[in-house]
Design a binder for this molecule. Structure first.
Ligand code: HEC
Length: 518
């Protein structure tokens, strides 16, 4: 009897420690998977509930083990970026152990309320909207559609951009959108052939991009760091759109929303967007892996580097960029161990990189023009040269940079960029009211309830990361709930300025509201 008792105790002890969907795993999926894997997101496989995830845990284990999901090409041990999407090693272990142990659900009542997935704009109406005409994807099964649109801004005077938000017209089919600023209106719309993927003019600069799960570009816009990109009068916006294979017959009309500084704003530092490294003089022989390199510099004054955007086409295999100073120090910018044409983005450094005078920027890329490369558009492979079509190749690194000022490298860029996310409107339909909102010290969250209601209240950031659990599966004993949030995280640290969401689960019904910290 004694033995049996001991056994059952041990068993209970083990069961309560094993990871469950509701207590341990759901919040990781919300933060790292759900922004693409939710109804209406880019993936057709939603992964927001236990019943959606449970049947495909074998596939999930394989994607997670091989770092195929979440898609995050850069090597994070080479350089640190804002809005990092990769799973931490702890989260990875939690998911894999949970699957190995049979992926138990646990107590469903403990499942955290779903975070908010923006369907429209995060930043709200801006100062200028530029939209492509309604376009029907021509991407049959097995062939992607790459098209380009040139749209005039109609700007009568020059402006300074502080944020850029790309709103896909159809989230299910916009795989990437690259936004170029064409100051002279020299690009042309090209929707014939489905093969357009680059501007043809050197003055046309890549300023922003959209891939599923990426954040809008919000430059730091408050003292002591106000950054802006100049948009001259008469500029055109040149869109490079990518619609994935199988999306034939679906319509899209993507738009980009610009927010400008007021015309009389002072103290704005100019950010340059430029493809500093490029190489147009290489040959990729069939059935070979070829290395291509390029460089820029040495620089004749000091610069601050904010971001990097590597670019190849379908034969790309790896990309790497770094700086070498006059003193022979190496400054790591980016390393993509496995180039993926489908997940291109600007990577903003967590901390600005100071380029001393005399720094040379270097880039190296490898290209796999063999049949081992499943993306190779030619079978059998043929010799490929640089060019603008998707089936040609490219070797380019775009950067955002500015003139250096002492202390630039100490800014927390992720926090300053998130602080720009604060113009979004309240969710008027929600039963939740938040006051004050925006808040600084503390805010109070209230909503109607009934005696005996089960309640969970979480605070999320815009990426779906849990910031704080204000209340977990408690029973309500009044007809109104009021909970204060003092702007701290679960770890007790004060959160950055910017946009957050409160999500509540009240007896199984989900509600949400936005909260802004000033
Ligand atoms: C940035 C967007 C994004 C994120 C984040 C993301 N995925 Fe995906 N995932 C995709 C896309 C796109 C596909 C392929 C197309 C599709 O499924 O419709 C995909 C495919 C998959 C597949 C194959 C499914 C199938 O139907 O073939 C699995 C499994 C998967 N993802 C798991 C995950 C997991 C687990 C996470 C989080 C740890 C995650 N993904 C995060 C975009 C994303």
């Amino acid at each position: 009897m004694k033995k049996l008792l001991l056994f059952s105790f041990t068993f209970i002890g083990f069961a309560s420690q094993a990871q469950t969907w509701s207590d341990d795993v759901a919040s990781i999926f919300y933060a790292k998977c759900a922004q693409c894997h939710h109804a209406g997101g880019i993936s057709t496989t939603p992964l927001t509930t236990y019943s959606e995830v449970n049947p495909i845990t074998t596939a999930i284990a394989s994607y997670v083990t091989n770092d195929k999901m979440p898609p995050w090409p850069p090597n994070n041990s080479y350089q640190q970026y804002s809005h990092n999407r990769a799973l931490s090693s702890t989260d990875k272990t939690t998911i894999l152990n949970w699957i190995t142990n049979g992926a138990p659900e646990g107590n469903a009542a403990n499942t955290p309320p779903l975070p908010v997935f923006p369907t429209g704009s995060l930043l709200g109406p801006g100062d200028l909207e530029v939209q492509i005409p309604k376009y029907m994807s021509k991407a049959q099964v097995g062939a992607d559609d790459y098209v380009c649109f040139s749209v005039p801004t109609g700007l009568a005077s020059g402006k300074k951009i502080k944020s850029v938000e790309v709103i896909p017209g159809n989230r299910a089919i916009v795989h990437h959108a690259l936004i170029f600023l064409d100051p002279n209106g020299s690009e042309v719309t090209d929707t014939i052939g489905g093969n357009c993927s680059s501007p043809s003019n050197q003055n046309t600069k890549l300023i922003a991009g959209y891939t599923p799960g990426s954040s809008p570009l919000t430059l730091p816009c408050n003292d002591p760091l106000k950054l802006g990109i100049s948009m001259p009068a008469g500029s055109h916006i040149y869109f490079n759109m990518h619609y994935p294979a199988g999306s034939f017959g679906e319509y899209d009309s993507t738009k980009v929303i610009f927010h400008f500084y007021p015309d009389n704003e002072t103290g704005i530092r100019e950010v340059f967007a430029s493809d500093l490294i490029q190489n147009w003089n290489f040959t990729l022989p069939a059935n070979q892996v070829t290395t291509v390199s390029g460089q820029y510099g040495p620089t004749t004054s000091e610069f601050s580097l904010l971001s990097v955007f590597p670019h190849q086409h379908l034969l790309g295999k790896t990309m790497k960029s770094f700086g070498v100073t006059a003193a022979h120090d190496t400054l790591p910018f980016i390393e993509l161990p496995q180039w993926d044409f489908h997940w291109q983005d600007f990577y903003f450094f967590k901390h600005i990189i100071h380029l001393p005078t005399g720094t040379t920027l270097k880039g190296i890329g490898t290209y796999d023009n063999t049949t081992n490369n499943l993306d190779n558009p030619h079978n059998p492979p043929i010799t490929v040269y640089p060019g603008l079509n998707t089936t040609d190749e490219m070797f380019i690194f775009y950067y955002h940079y500015m003139v250096y000022q002492t202390g630039d490298e100490n800014y927390d860029m992720e926090a300053l960029m998130n602080a720009g996310l604060k113009d979004i409107p309240l969710n008027k339909e929600s039963i939740i009211s938040v006051a004050p909102n925006p808040f600084n010290e503390s805010t109070s969250i209230s909503f109607p309830s009934k005696n005996g209601d089960h309640l969970t209240v979480y605070i999320y950031d815009t990426q779906g990361n849990v910031i704080n659990k204000l209340c977990s599966n408690s029973v309500v004993n009044s007809d109104k709930v009021t909970i204060n949030w003092d702007g701290t995280s679960t770890e007790g640290t004060s959160v950055h300025k910017g946009l957050y969401f409160v999500s509540i689960n009240l007896n199984g019904a989900l509600y949400t509201q936005r909260i802004i910290r000033n």
